[in-house]
Design a protein around this ligand. Structure first.
Ligand code: 13P
Length: 257
């Protein structure tokens, strides 16, 4: 057993109007009301953040943004900065593969975003993960190691210890395919935690919480969460319905009684 508090986060992606978001979060709130051992996080679209945060004002559920820009303010049409999110969210996803692949985000940007968030007291959830081609070519370890190293450049050990990292193999996102729990645990433990241990030492590596993402759902959450190095899940599709998301949080809580 380690000291890392499990963290189940729902990434709603580009789904839910404000009204739909409020309905969903009310249902989630009542479903996880008494669960304290597992940290529950929701990541609504930007426009629903205020409404969701208001519903959660007396709740222990945390709120995350799905993206941020690294500059503080200025002529960046359409972007949202860390100072705008400060006080509104606890966490912010950065480097999601959809942002890297569709919107061309580089490792350098992910690193700048991490620094911007930390400067404003927001915990980054840094996503990494390989493509199907890289996986089949046996490049997963070297690619993920390089992504982690680049994302953390210039951060100190205390900052790194506070982070959440999500290992999301791209081929498992929205496909129904999941990495086997043992393989996900190997990448998370040996590759990701191993990289952090090499860079910052074993204590820091043992403090970082690392989630698995990619077709996580009620049917596989227990097996995933039973793996010693997997500290949580970043859930896409299965987080869009209160029933399935609450089920995942509750099943995880049963493992941590
Ligand atoms: P799915 O759970 O829909 O595969 O999405 C995973 C994901 O990308 C979470 O960020």
């Amino acid at each position: 057993m380690n000291n890392r508090r499990p963290i189940i986060a729902g990434n709603w992606k580009m789904n839910k109007t404000i009204a739909e978001a409020v309905t969903l979060i009310r249902d989630i709130r009542s479903g996880v009301r008494e669960i304290m051992t597992v940290e529950t996080v929701v990541c609504p679209p930007f426009v629903a953040l205020s409404a969701v945060a208001e519903v959660l004002s007396h709740s222990h559920i945390a709120v995350a943004a799905q993206n941020v820009f690294y500059e503080e303010s200025g002529a960046f049409t359409g972007e949202i900065s860390a100072p705008m999110l400060e006080g509104l969210v606890d966490y912010c996803i950065i480097g999601h593969s959809e942002r890297r692949n569709i919107f061309g985000e580089s490792d350098e940007w992910v690193n700048k975003k991490a620094k911007a968030l930390l400067a404003h007291g927001i915990i980054p959830i840094i996503c990494v993960g390989e493509s199907l081609e890289q996986n089949q070519a046996g490049e997963t370890d070297s690619f993920v190691r390089q992504q982690v190293t680049a994302a953390l450049a210039g951060l100190n050990a205390d900052q790194v210890a506070s982070l959440v990292i999500a290992y999301e193999p791209i081929w498992a996102i929205g496909t129904g395919l999941t990495a086997t729990p043992a393989e996900a645990n190997r990448i998370i433990g040996l590759t990701i935690r191993g990289t952090i241990a090499d860079l910052y030492g074993e204590n820091t590596a043992q403090a970082v919480r690392i989630q698995y993402g990619g077709s996580a759902k009620p049917a596989n959450i227990v097996e995933l969460m039973m793996q010693p190095d997997i500290d949580g899940a970043l859930v896409g599709g299965a987080s869009l319905k209160a029933d399935s998301f609450v089920d995942m949080v509750r099943k995880t809580a049963q493992l941590y009684r």
